[in-house]
Design a protein around this ligand. Structure first.
Ligand code: ADP
Ligand code: MG
Length: 290
């Protein structure tokens, strides 16, 4: 079986995707798979899928095209199997506003959402793109003037405006429906878990398993599994939460979470005894035929 690791792409998270893709490719080769990497750019955005030879596409993208269902849709039409979630689950999970509604319907607590600034009844609020990741374009706005500036700077992107939760960052990895564990993140360089905290050396400390109350730990595990199931996700997903005053607030679910050696999911995998290579192998072995 020949595996092509597709990475890069043209999203704001291109760089992160190249880190993930490179690590995945190294792992596949280390395990003896017949694998090679393909850097997807503006130029080969379609031909990368049609003009290369592969039996399985390993998708190592972050961001809208590769994580949000577009690439999955091309591969479906080409009848090429790929790792991770299918078109519709990927597209829904890519949209934080839609995902929050589904989470809320499932009885999961979410930060209060506002349709527009006139609805805001308490400051600060967070303004963030509905369909981007890596904390890019997240604004914490202490008043209406700041929020209006954030809206102006965000252009015509679909946005989420929500209650600011001054809490601690938790994240839960789910592999094929089973939660791996809860990890608490302590950002070191900024108050928020921003791009720098995510990717700079020493940017954050990962505590896993998170030393939090068992009741909250178990709820985070159960809610992450519920989201994975309700959305119909496949392979690995990672749900992000904020914890404040013993309450959990679900933020979002990532269907192609970062898989560099220092990413969150590989750390969580160790709680179930999985090495990095184990996780990659399981993703390859359990891809969903569509
Ligand atoms: N409502 C919120 N209150 C406080 N901080 C938030 C809120 N929403 C997002 N953040 C901060 O921004 C980070 C990124 O937000 P998130 O919704 O996970 O989007 P993404 O990771 O896709 O950029 C969070 O980890 C958190 O630090
Ligand atoms: Mg996040």
């Amino acid at each position: 079986m020949k595996i092509a690791v597709f990475m890069g792409g043209v999203s704001s998270e291109r760089e992160v995707s190249l880190w993930t893709g490179t690590a995945v490719l190294e792992s596949l080769k280390r395990m003896g798979y017949d694998a090679y990497g393909i850097d997807v750019t503006e130029e080969n955005g379609l031909s990368a899928y049609t003009e290369n030879t592969y039996d399985l596409a390993f998708l190592a993208f972050h961001g809208e095209d590769g994580e949000g269902g577009r690439v999955q849709s091309i591969l479906d039409i080409l009848r090429k199997p790929y790792t991770g979630s299918g078109v519709i689950p990927s597209a829904v999970a890519m949209d934080k506003a839609l995902t929050k509604r589904i989470a809320h319907d499932c009885g999961i607590r979410i930060a209060k959402s506002y349709e527009n600034l006139d609805e805001v009844d308490s400051w600060p609020v967070v303004v963030k793109p509905a369909r981007e990741g890596s904390s890019i374009g997240v604004y914490i706005c202490k008043d209406r003037a700041e929020a209006e500036k954030a809206l102006a700077e965000s252009g015509d992107k679909k946005l989420v405006i929500e209650e600011f939760i001054k809490g601690e960052e938790l994240t839960v990895g789910v592999l094929n429906g089973e939660a791996l564990g809860v990890l608490r993140i302590f950002p070191q360089k900024s108050a928020m878990y921003d791009y720098k905290s995510k990717y700079a050396v020493g940017g954050s400390v990962h505590e896993f398993p998170a030393k939090i109350k068992k009741k909250i730990y178990d709820r985070a595990m159960a809610e992450s599994e519920l989201i994975h199931r309700e959305l119909g996700l496949a392979g690995i997903s990672r749900s992000d939460f904020l914890m404040k005053d013993d309450e959990l607030y679900f933020l979002e679910v990532n269907t192609c979470p970062g898989m560099t050696k220092t990413s969150l999911v590989p750390d969580l995998g160790t709680l179930k005894g999985y090495t990095y290579d184990d996780l990659i192998r399981i993703m390859v072995e359990t891809f969903q035929p569509r």
